[in-house]
Design a protein around this ligand. Structure first.
Ligand SMILES: [Zn+2]
Length: 89
């Protein structure tokens, strides 16, 4: 195990952020909210992906936006309805 991995493991076990060492909030597995958001943004930049939009591919943001999930379900249902209509012809 590398020294970096050891350091990160120690921080995670102590309930701290593996990057900056500040306390993690409930529901944050490895990083504090600020570090997690920075990590995600960096990943989006590297991959060139856009934030999730209802009607696009991919799952809605996890659990935190019930409205977004409801909108996604609405879009899926309207698509299904369209398919049903297409079949009846
Ligand atoms: Zn942090």
């Amino acid at each position: 195990m590398s020294r970096q991995t050891e350091y990160q493991r120690r921080k995670i076990e102590a309930g701290l952020c593996e990057i900056c060492g500040k306390a993690r909030e409930e529901g944050q597995a490895r990083r504090c909210k600020a570090c997690a958001e920075r990590y995600r943004q960096g990943k989006r930049d590297r991959r060139g992906s856009e934030p999730w939009q209802p009607g696009n591919r991919g799952r809605p943001p996890k659990g935190r936006e019930p409205e977004a999930l409801a909108r996604k379900i609405e879009v899926m249902l309207s698509k299904l309805e369209g398919m049903e209509k297409g079949r009846r012809r």
